[in-house]
Design a protein around this ligand. Structure first.
Ligand code: C2E
Ligand code: MG
Ligand code: MG
Ligand code: MG
Length: 290
């Protein structure tokens, strides 16, 4: 009887475990297939100087339309890609592809800065060589490539992080600290790490201008950035009020749905071309109107 009961419990427990494990396996297999079948794309979200309303750059954001699972957002698959190591080849693809696109824009006379997100797992000694190879093989310019790292990536090994950042800087690329304020870094590290740009996380922007706490935090972040000579991009600007408030505090640049959702490369190119019609060629980045 005990044996039967035991088996019943076992059978009762298994389906839940099974479905969780098989969902992960399914996703992992789909990711592998996605790489082989070239199912990934990059979307580009434009960034603007808040004061002038001109384009300041773009961020490349990974998109995946899986044949097996349908459209997936980065939050749905990047964590598993990190756990399984698949972030390696996926990250390589992102870097290469963003540089190819940037090089294409250059050929069209558009010097468009492109920011690439690098996960903590990619922030390893081989990264600078990969960045150098991507630049060299695509013809994209180092001064236009921005590497976005998170506080988490920097904090896993301070000594190694400092080394890597120096090597990246030596290539001529710039480094942005993504989701600033959400991690657990000490402000003192900002001084030690050769970082060029802070990206203020959307969570501090969404409550502006009414939320008194967010307002104080934003002011403090902008103060720190100013004193350390870092440039700033505010993430997730959705309203004119947020934009105007940030601009009044001296925030240099921002991105968000107010200006554009992440666009396909084609849409981004069309936007640039349309803006260029107001200009005499060659198009300079700073002269593109919103
Ligand atoms: P992130 O780097 O902080 O990117 C900004 C995210 O905010 C993007 O979400 C973007 O679509 C979204 N966003 C932009 N403006 C607004 C706005 O006004 N309102 C709201 N609600 N959201 C806005 P997405 O594309 O879903 O990416 C989520 C995260 O996934 C990224 O956050 C980044 O951490 C990661 N990610 C995306 N692409 C890559 C990649 O190629 N490699 C790696 N390692 N991570 C990536
Ligand atoms: Mg980012
Ligand atoms: Mg961010
Ligand atoms: Mg964010």
């Amino acid at each position: 009887f005990a044996k039967v009961q035991g088996r019943n419990q076992y059978q009762f427990f298994m389906p839940a475990l099974n479905s969780r494990v098989s969902k992960r396996l399914q996703l992992e297999n789909a990711l592998r297939q996605g790489l082989v079948r070239n199912e990934f794309r990059l979307a580009y979200q434009p960034q603007y100087y808040l004061g002038r309303g001109t384009l300041s750059g773009s961020e490349a954001l990974l998109r995946w339309h899986s044949a097996a699972l349908g459209p997936m957002g980065p939050a749905d698959f990047i964590p598993l890609a990190e756990e399984t190591g698949l972030i390696g080849p996926i990250g390589d693809w992102v870097l290469r592809h963003a540089c190819e696109q940037g090089a294409q824009w250059l050929v069209q006379g558009i010097a468009m800065p492109v920011a690439v997100n690098v996960s903590a797992c990619q922030f390893r000694p081989e990264l600078p060589a990969k960045v150098a190879a991507a630049l060299q093989e695509t013809g994209f310019e180092a001064r236009l490539l921005v590497i976005e790292v998170t506080e988490t990536a920097l904090m896993q090994d301070l000594e190694q992080a400092a080394q890597l950042l120096l090597q990246l800087k030596a290539l001529g690329v710039s480094v942005a600290l993504d989701d600033f304020g959400t991690g657990h870094s000490s402000l003192a590290y900002l001084k030690r790490f050769p970082i060029d740009k802070l990206k203020i996380d959307r969570s501090f922007v969404s409550g502006l201008p009414e939320d008194a706490d967010d307002s104080v935090i934003i002011k403090a972040m902008l103060d720190v950035a100013r004193h350390l000579g870092l440039s700033v991009v505010a993430e997730g600007i959705e309203t004119v009020q947020q934009q105007d408030y940030l601009a009044s505090l001296g925030c240099e640049a921002g991105q968000g749905y107010l200006y554009a959702k992440p666009l396909t490369a084609r849409q981004m190119t069309a936007r640039l071309a349309a803006a260029a019609m107001y200009e005499r060629a060659p198009l300079k980045l700073e002269s593109v109107p919103v």
